[in-house]
Design a protein around this ligand. Structure first.
Ligand SMILES: Cc1ncc(COP(=O)(O)O)c(C=O)c1O
Length: 403
């Protein structure tokens, strides 16, 4: 008889995005000409400042435990970032540095949520939100837009509030839709949450990755004291430094940050010394890298939109930020998992099924890959779905003919 595992572990699913990444990587390693449009990281090289800092730190031969909730240098860098982008001045006690925005969010949930507490977030949502809320013992409450809209109204969010609501969780621009919530929406939610003593967590991991001169509304502009406001961010998307695993949370609610610190101290102890040094250098370094990344991503988005326009019967909403498009392919197959599997099997293109983000019938297609891959991937998808596309396609050294 085998030893049983915990009920919690059985209740928590795999991350579908990590799963698809692993599958695409395995196919590529086996020599298959896979086009990976399922990823969640820019291919942009690491900023020079971060690279130099990591080398200097390694050469010092002092790679030690760091202060549990973050080094003074990294906290100072985050506080400067917060002042510059949100216009609020906080103290070191208001910030915690974690192993990615993901751990910052998880620390928040562990510190704030009691069993049965509800955490509201709109669909489509980042795949990890429901499982993370459940891991913390909470109940995910998903709010959906009208019809097939990728945005929900503030009213719909507020209507979902009950006496058990502990937090509202927003991600704007949004993974997977690339949509930005407008100023009115943010104002209403910020004010309601503050007046009703509900935490408002802004997952701002993509807040600077916006296009066409757009800006994400600043939630602090609508908060009075902002004690219930928690801002989460990190270096993963902003600088393409996903491998450092450094993120943070900032809140005027110092006891919340202290409680999050206790969760961290008793789980991971502290962050990686090399990573935290490099992340501080990225934040303190030349910010032209962010502008450059935005420009590249906007160009990539436009290439993807141009290719998508060749595929009939799909519905595309222009992403205003992030590096994801969330496209309605329900005309071809309403079962997005089956469609994603079909595309991987048939034309070796990896995309993520919409059902993982709480929206069936969609595929999340990333545009953080290089433009050649985007064009090739979209060309293969068209061939696989559109009966009017050219009959033949060359994939690697194989010539395929549609029957
Ligand atoms: C919406 C959202 N929040 C948080 C994260 C986690 O970021 P990090 O790499 O900093 O843990 C991601 C990563 O994909 C994300 O898309």
């Amino acid at each position: 008889m085998s030893i049983s595992l915990s009920k919690l572990s059985a209740a928590i699913g795999d991350s579908p995005t990590l799963k698809i990444n692993a599958k695409a990587r395995a196919l590529k390693a086996a020599g298959q000409p896979v086009i990976h449009l399922g990823g969640g990281e820019p291919t942009y090289p690491a900023p020079q400042a971060a690279v130099e800092a990591i080398i200097r730190k390694a050469q010092s031969r002092k790679i030690k435990y760091t202060p549990s909730s973050g080094t003074p240098e990294m906290k100072a860098a985050v506080l400067r970032y917060t002042q510059a982008h949100y216009g609020r001045t906080y103290e070191p006690a208001n910030v915690i540095i974690s192993a990615g925005a993901k751990q910052a969010l998880f620390n928040f949930l562990l510190a704030a949520v009691d069993p049965g507490d509800e955490v509201i977030f709109p669909a489509p949502y980042w795949v990890s939100y429901p499982e993370m809320v459940r891991l913390a013992g909470g109940k995910p409450v998903v709010v959906r837009g009208e019809g097939r809209s990728l945005q929900v109204s503030a009213q719909a969010i507020l209507q979902a509030v009950t006496p058990k609501t502990k937090a509202i969780l927003l991600n704007s621009p949004c993974n997977p839709s690339g949509q930005i919530y407008g100023e009115d929406f943010i104002r209403q939610i910020v004010q309601f949450a503050e007046q009703n003593n509900i935490f408002l967590v802004m997952d701002d991991i993509y807040h600077q990755l916006v296009f066409d001169g757009k800006k994400t509304p600043n939630p602090c502009a609508f908060a009075k004291e902002g004690k219930n406001l928690v801002i989460i961010n990190g270096v993963s998307k902003l600088y393409g430094l996903t491998g450092l695993r450094i993120g943070w949370a900032v809140s005027a609610h110092a006891p919340l940050i202290a409680a999050m610190g206790r969760m961290q101290a008793q789980s991971t102890s502290c962050n990686c010394d090399l990573s935290e040094t490099a992340a501080a250098a990225a934040l303190n370094g030349d910010q032209q890298v962010v502008a450059d990344l935005c420009r590249i991503l906007q160009e990539n988005r436009d290439v993807l939109l141009k290719e998508a326009a060749q595929i009939p019967h799909i519905r595309v909403e222009k992403p205003a930020g992030t590096f994801y498009s969330f496209i309605d392919f329900s005309h071809y197959n309403a079962d997005s998992s089956a469609l994603a599997q079909y595309l991987l099997d048939k034309v070796l293109v990896a995309v993520v099924p919409g059902v993982s983000f709480g929206a069936e019938g969609y595929l999340r297609i990333s545009f953080c890959a290089d433009q050649t891959s985007i064009v090739e991937g979209m060309r293969r998808i068209r061939w696989a779905l559109d009966k009017n596309a050219p009959k033949e396609i060359k994939i690697g050294d194989k010539l395929l003919t549609r029957d």
